[in-house]
Design a binder for this molecule. Sequence first.
Ligand code: FUB
Length: 690
Amino acid sequence: MKTLNLMFMLGFPLAVTAQNPIIHNQFAADPTARVFNNRVYVYPSHDIVPPEGARQDWFCMGDYHVFSSENLTDWVDHGVFLDQKDVQWGNPTGFSMWAPDCVEKNGTYYFYFPNGSRIGRGFAIGVATAKSPEGPFTCEPEPIKGISGIDPCVLMDNDGQSYIYWSGMGIRGAKLKSNMKEVDGELQTMTMPQRPGGNAPEGAAPRTFTVAGQNMEGLPDGFKEGPFVFRRGDWYYLTFPWVRGDTSNGANPTETLAYAMSKNPLGPWDFKGIIMAEHANHCWTNHHSIIEYKGQWYLFYHHNDFSPRDDKRRSPCIDKISFRPDGTIVEVKPTMRGVGVSPATSRIDVDRYSEASKDVTTDYVDTLNYFRGFYASLPSKTSWLRYGDVDFSGLSADDYLSVSVKASANTELLLHEGGPKGKIIARVPITVVSQMGNFRRDMSGRWLTLTAPLQYIPKGVADLCVTGDSLSIDWVQFKNRRDYFTPITSPTARPDDEGFIRRWMLLEPIDNPEANSNLLFSWTYLQDNLLNPSKLPKPLPAMPRDGQKVKYGKQSLIWHAMESNSYNVRLFRFADLLQKATYRVCFWAVTAIDCPEDIPNVRLAAGSNGASMWWIEPAEGRTAENDNPVLTLESDRRMVADDGMSPRLTLKKGRNIIRCAVVNGPGLSDFCVRFVDEKGNPVTNFEIKN
Ligand code: FUB
């Protein structure tokens, strides 16, 4: 988890698309979304599991992170920008950094946040400023005078006037001065009787407060907090979490999101109704914000998806919100799918579907770590789920599907375009029980990552539908061949800067079922198997052509021209993307290099996972069939660059053919190879011409 947080602090994008909830690396609540510089920034409060000494059954929040996204799909966590220890007036161990807001004025970002004060009781609201929405923010030494309460929200009106709203003795609002740090107008002194049963001694004088602003009139009775005010046309909307239920008889109704409208920023307000009903699972709070972004309005809110047994650890969600012609709001039903278009090549949590047949159920993948998310179960032949808005552009026929599934018996999963009757994109046979000779493999009830070729690729953005009988699915991801190999577009290539040869003809893997352990691969084993003409693929051409077929026993195999994206050639990935066996196999690879002159005194330096043999032709009299290799890497090897070196040799002017065989049992086969000179420097003055 530590490394993960560090990655996020460094600004790496979360590997998360905008399925709900949108933040998967931590709890976060009260998501205030704002649009700055054409990007959406979310300033949530940061729920944590209470440390020892802190109240265990209450909110616990000691700092703020900010998240941003341009497409509401890929979210970046910019890390912590304000910690309770940095608030001079706040309690450094109070963990009371509740729901905040942030607005921009003349190039300065003003961040408003509640916190328990260092001395005395109750909440105050502070301001911190920055020159960028991500911070660093500098905190004002004192909180805003006249505001005792929580959940600040600031409205920047079209005429340049700003208003602040908060929750404390009802919902209040006030004008802000142009410095954005002080309330405009007189402070009033209010007197309140001591709370019966409170800490004050009996007969103590009533409490007096200095209070800014005014109460927001026209709102319904019942507990209210979290005001969020925005303007749309000439309507102002005061939206707020509201407990509408009856609290008598010990009932504990939970919060809805509700709203009122007015033609004036400080009301009086005309109550209109509900934006979102109470959470079905009784998560007590909800807290929200509403923005317009690229022509669409969105509601950001929270729920306790990743903490089902504790509703003080929450997670933000997003759904679309719309307005009727008279300006009233259409009630929003929370969805699992959320918003945004999911690139087909991202990991798509289809368990967060848009719609499904009635028999589909969802559950947590790991109840000891809820952040691992959910899976969906499709129990019958007629089960289906539909996941909206997947962007298929950029996929090609060579690409393939990777999917995480679980079943208790052999079955099949299908992906369709649109709905259950739509065109089939891919078919994934799920073999959980298989028999190979005496070897029986039983993978029932385990999560398996399977791959399948693509039968059809939808154009642009389309819905993805999953059908299947008696299986569970976690995610799908379409994989580009480009992830490991680049399509070959030029007739020649050069070694990379470090001399590694990346362009090869690779033969589809030869099955080698006895190879259950890499320790088998002694020199004798390699000699018997790789130097024995009767055991070589036929014909073993000097330089195969892309697409050329060869025979090996009953197997019919094809050579493929491949260019690796990295210095090492990932044979495992090559086999995986062709849907071939990846373990207990032997790979052959051949490439041709063209030297402008004889290059003497070089060594072939190679590494492989697992064992490998290497040949070069012409090197006086050598052929793969009848001569010794220039290098053998035996036994159970990990791929390490320059793991072994050949004796000194001369690369001949003109064409030299390099050939290797890599044998592997249970492991991720790959290899890397280059030539080095007498000083160990890479040799790069040749062309690769396959
Ligand atoms: O997150 C702490 C508090 O819970 C917020 O300030 C309230 O609005 C409620 O969501």
